[in-house]
Design a protein around this ligand. Structure first.
Ligand code: NAD
Length: 433
């Protein structure tokens, strides 16, 4: 099949590349010409393990193309996939301006029948809006499919090629065989539903995962007060198959380009039909507060942070990505700077993206992890990059002015900390040292 993917970001690029593996011809389209130029030189604009190898292979084999010409790309395609961003508006609602403008452009470009498949996360009813916008811009027939994306940054290729399930929302049953053929080999778990349910499945899934995270974080906060260990509690809970062990890692809360915006958008979707989603409102509130436990623990150990030297490990919202959108690190670093601390930051991949969003003369950008710790009054681990797990904590502790480690992701075990001389704070576990 001939596909055009509109929006070559984390979702569009990975989906486009993965669809070529099924023998399809894919044009990834983006209005950002620098991004397209980079991709044509086989350089990925995002950090995603394995992506550059697949880009190179498929470009050389002539199945993958990059373009900023939406009109031409739509004309040459049977299926047009919408993968543009849907960020939050200030009131939490999803900003649909990129979706709406792409839909109008697709309508204007059409010179025959097309299937329009929406991968972007969009509020219930948006695909109906997309249909109206396209219809207002073309006389040609078309069908709409809602196929929300569930990939996770950092394991996006694996998630796309082997997802737990694929959701296909449609209102024309004759599209089902086409959709099954397009996703052939990915998974047998294809759930075909109506369009509104497909749109809701995406939001409900993300809201549920966010709820699990905020739930275990509240349990962690209670564990600290009653002297229990949340990692043991989570393990004991997770063995119950009705609960499951994933998303039960206590920490400084979720971030990224999806959970924060999708939870807020679902609250708004509910609010628009006069339903107050009380549970999800609390999930968001708990998550917002959780990142500040880092500051509370710094105050507990150091008192005032004025003039203190604080090391930060990790700026990305999670490991294996360069994405810093809604990363808890942003508010933590900003708060430290505001309190007069000198902040020494290190991230293996995401520092450049972070610096574009936020910089300050009190921030020192470190080239290696140890530099952020050396001579510091405290070190805060905010992202659980694998590299931090292998650091020699004895040497680290000896090089700090005050050997205080605040582990916001519960990376280290009791055994690893014992004998290092570190004063160790984590989330929902007893303090050590
Ligand atoms: P992104 O910001 O990385 O990429 C969006 C791209 O669309 C940008 O490169 C932008 O330049 C381009 N674009 C915008 N308007 C365009 C237009 N009219 N024509 C051509 N290009 C256009 O976004 P993303 O993270 O890939 O997310 C895309 C959608 O997928 C969102 O709705 C998001 O919620 C959803 N989603 C994201 C993830 C994730 O992990 N990032 C996972 C699942 C679902």
């Amino acid at each position: 099949m001939n596909l055009a993917v509109i929006g070559t970001g984390y979702v569009g690029l990975v989906s486009g590349v993965c669809f070529t593996l099924g023998g399809n011809r894919v044009i990834c389209v983006d209005k950002d010409e620098d991004k397209i130029a980079k991709l044509r030189q086989m350089k990925s604009p995002i950090y995603e393990p394995g992506i550059e190898t697949l880009i190179e292979m498929n470009l050389k084999e002539g199945r993958l193309h990059f373009s900023s010409d939406l009109q031409e790309s739509v004309r040459r395609s049977d299926i047009v996939i919408l993968a543009v961003g849907t960020p939050s508006l200030p009131n939490g609602e999803a900003n649909l301006q990129y979706i709406e403008s792409a839909a109008a452009d697709i309508g204007r470009a059409m010179e025959g029948y097309k299937i329009i498949m929406t991968k972007s996360t969009v509020p219930v009813g948006t695909n109906e809006k997309i249909r109206q916008i396209i219809a207002a811009n073309t006389g040609y027939p078309f069908d709409i499919v809602s196929a929300p994306e569930f990939l996770r940054e950092g394991s996006a290729i694996q998630d796309t090629l082997h997802p737990d399930r694929i959701i296909i929302g449609l209102d024309n049953p004759s599209l089902e065989p086409v959709m099954r053929e397009l996703h052939q080999g990915f998974t047998d778990n294809i759930v075909v539903t109506d369009i509104r349910s497909a749109e809701m499945i995406k939001y409900a899934s993300n809201a549920f995962l966010a709820t699990k995270i905020s739930f275990i974080n509240e349990i962690a906060n209670i564990c600290e007060k009653v002297g229990a260990d949340v990692t043991e509690v989570a393990e004991g809970m997770g063995l119950d198959r009705r609960i499951g062990s994933s998303f039960l890692q206590a920490g400084i809360g979720y971030g990224g380009s999806c959970f924060p915006k999708d939870t807020k958008a679902l609250i708004q979707i509910a609010g628009n039909v006069d339903y107050e989603f009380k549970l999800l409102k609390s999930v968001v509130e708990v998550n917002q507060g959780q990142r500040f436990m880092i500051l509370a623990k710094l105050h507990e150990s150091l008192g005032s942070l004025q003039g203190a030297s604080i090391g930060i490990w990790g700026l990305a919202f999670k490991p294996n990505t360069d994405d810093v959108r809604e990363s808890p690190a942003r508010e933590i670093v900003e708060a430290l700077v505001t309190e007069g601390a000198h902040v020494k930051v290190y991230d293996p991949i995401a520092a450049d993206n972070f610096r574009k969003e936020y910089n300050h003369p009190n921030i020192q950008w470190c080239a290696v992890a140890e530099e952020a710790a050396s001579g510091s009054d405290a070190l805060c681990l905010l992202t659980d990059w694998g590299v931090f797990k292998d650091i020699n904590l004895h040497i680290l502790s000896a090089g700090m002015r005050k050997p205080i480690l605040i582990d916001g992701r519960n990376v280290y075990s009791k055994e690893q900390i014992e004998g290092t001389g570190l004063e160790y704070y984590s989330v929902g576990r007893p303090r050590m040292g």
